[in-house]
Design a protein around this ligand. Structure first.
Ligand SMILES: Cc1cc2nc3c(=O)[nH]c(=O)nc-3n(C[C@H](O)[C@H](O)[C@H](O)COP(=O)(O)OP(=O)(O)OC[C@H]3O[C@@H](n4cnc5c(N)ncnc54)[C@H](O)[C@@H]3O)c2cc1C
Length: 244
């Protein structure tokens, strides 16, 4: 099978990037269970962003760095927080039914959660992730340029250096040509050729015995990226790892 872009993962990250690319690219979404079976559907509280003039990026960044207790990458934290408003505007445009509040500046109710010095959590009642997932799923299911492969498990990236080739790019970094994917129902392994491969497979909470994470959060694709020498958030050849 051949696509312009192969996206592994169908949570909020995978579905968002698919909808952003699909108007100009032929996109495959590969997901090891049903589309909704990631952490995104389980998120309840809401999404933090600076959505009121009484709040600021600097306050949100400061709160995040304190709560992160030294684990946050500051440039990444700043970048994500500065994009928060436009990401929320995009979700609203897609039709996510956030809880309204006629008295709020943006017209949506904001809660205040632990670690936040301001009210900045936009939410859809107490099932925000399920509302976002359902809205985006509906859009990808009817998009003519998006092919869906549910119950398909990504196994390994196809890298130029493993094929004994140098990448076609000028940096001489290994290049990613796509990936091998197992159909969970038949056991057959299929080759997905793609100009770009995007890994949006969430976390690895299931490495612990007790976790609120779903069964899909096994981290196998993070290991796959490491085998191909990719690093979270960085570019290696043409494979990217994105996580929210
Ligand atoms: C109980 C709970 C409550 C939460 N509450 C909040 C909250 O209130 N606010 C908030 O901001 N965040 C919350 N979070 C965190 C938030 O849900 C995650 O950060 C976010 O959903 C991650 O989105 P994602 O698209 O990166 O990953 P996910 O939604 O986990 O999607 C990963 C996808 O990758 C697929 N996948 C994994 N491995 C493979 C493979 N080998 N082959 C094919 N597909 C694969 C999975 O099936 C899934 O479709 C919560 C998380 C949990 C578990």
């Amino acid at each position: 099978m051949k696509f312009d872009v192969a996206i592994v993962g169908s949570g909020l990250a995978g579905l968002s990037v698919a909808l952003h690319l699909a108007n100009t690219r032929k996109v495959a979404i590969i997901s090891k269970r049903k589309l909704k079976d990631g952490a995104s559907s389980w998120a309840q509280g809401g999404i933090a962003a600076v959505l009121d003039s009484g709040d600021s990026h600097e306050q949100h960044i400061a709160d995040t760095l304190v709560a992160g207790a030294g684990l946050c990458d500051e440039p990444a934290t700043r970048f994500i927080i500065e994009q928060g408003r436009s990401a929320i505007d995009w979700l609203i445009e897609q039709g996510v039914p956030f809880t309204p509040d006629a008295t709020a500046e943006l017209g949506f109710h904001l809660t205040r959660e632990g670690g936040h010095s301001q009210r900045r959590i936009i939410h859809a009642a107490d099932a925000t992730g399920a509302a976002v997932q359902a809205t985006l799923e509906q859009l990808v299911r009817k998009h003519p340029n998006i092919s869906l492969f549910e119950n398909h498990c990504a196994i390994d990236l196809i890298m130029s250096d493993r094929l004994g080739e140098k990448g076609k790019n000028t940096t001489s970094q290994p290049q990613c040509y796509g990936l091998y994917v197992q159909d969970e129902r038949t056991g057959k392994v299929h080759t997905f050729a793609a100009e770009q491969t995007i890994l949006a497979t969430g976390g690895a909470g299931k490495v612990y015995l007790y976790t609120t994470n779903p069964d899909t959060a096994t981290g196998d694709v993070i290991a796959m990226a490491w085998r191909a020498t990719a690093r979270s958030g960085s570019r290696c050849g043409r494979a990217f790892h994105v996580e929210i």
